[in-house]
Design a protein around this ligand. Structure first.
Ligand SMILES: Nc1ncnc2c1ncn2[C@@H]1O[C@H](COP(=O)(O)OP(=O)(O)OP(=O)(O)O)[C@@H](O)[C@H]1O
Ligand SMILES: [Mg+2]
Length: 193
């Protein structure tokens, strides 16, 4: 699988740029601040639908503009696909493959697998286990869609259970055993998978 062409429109400091890539190794060379890392970030968007720098989608729209688009031509073994990502200021991000929108971002994950290596990776050693788990979850999710599906379900259950635990605190003096137990089954099942 090869990314043949990339077009950026209002993506960070790239108002309108087109790139054609070699099927082998590609290097970006340029002065500081010209937008080399931003190109890598656009490629990361194509892979997993978000920035690897932790920016929110809206922060990646060029200052004072209303939307960004990232378009790419991807060559597969048998076919060529067009991936289009657009982020308007006032609406939801849209990811399309060959003009067809995905219902869920999760359906796109794994189509264009990527590994991003950067100086920030030292955080994987110095930070808490949470960042290591996040990194491994993101890597495994790109090659195992069932894992990604279970992970999304697990995160939902944990989020709902934690919201309930906040209500059931000694401070509020509320405790409903039955409501809590609803989460026991899915929580244990998903955690052990
Ligand atoms: N939303 C945005 N709108 C406009 N410009 C932006 C936006 N987000 C980031 N930038 C600009 O992008 C530039 C940085 O680009 P980038 O980090 O890709 O440069 P670089 O070529 O990798 O630089 P270096 O060689 O220092 O690593 C900065 O000038 C920053 O102001
Ligand atoms: Mg850089």
């Amino acid at each position: 699988m090869i990314i043949k062409k990339l077009s950026l429109y209002n993506f960070k400091n790239h108002s309108e740029k087109k790139f054609e890539f070699s099927p082998q190794i590609n290097c970006f060379v340029g002065n500081n601040g010209v937008g080399k890392t931003n190109i890598l970030d656009a490629l990361h968007y194509l892979s997993v639908g978000k920035s690897f720098l932790g920016n929110t989608d809206l922060n990646n729209i060029m200052h004072d503009e209303d939307f960004f688009t990232i378009d790419a031509e991807i060559m597969n073994e048998e076919s060529e696909d067009i991936i289009k990502i657009s982020q308007p200021k006032e609406a939801k991000k849209i990811i399309k493959k060959n003009d067809k929108s995905y219902d869920r971002l999760a359906d796109h994950i794994g189509y264009l697998p990527s590994v991003m290596i950067s100086p920030y990776d030292s955080n994987l050693i110095s930070d808490s286990g949470e960042s290591r788990r996040k990194f491994l979850d993101a890597m495994i999710s790109q090659t195992d869609s069932e894992y990604l599906f279970d992970l999304i379900q697990y995160q939902k259950v944990v989020q709902q259970r934690n919201a309930l635990l906040k209500i059931f605190s000694p401070k509020t003096e509320v405790w409903e055993k039955d409501s809590m137990e609803i989460y026991d089954d899915p929580f244990t099942k998903l955690r052990n998978q």
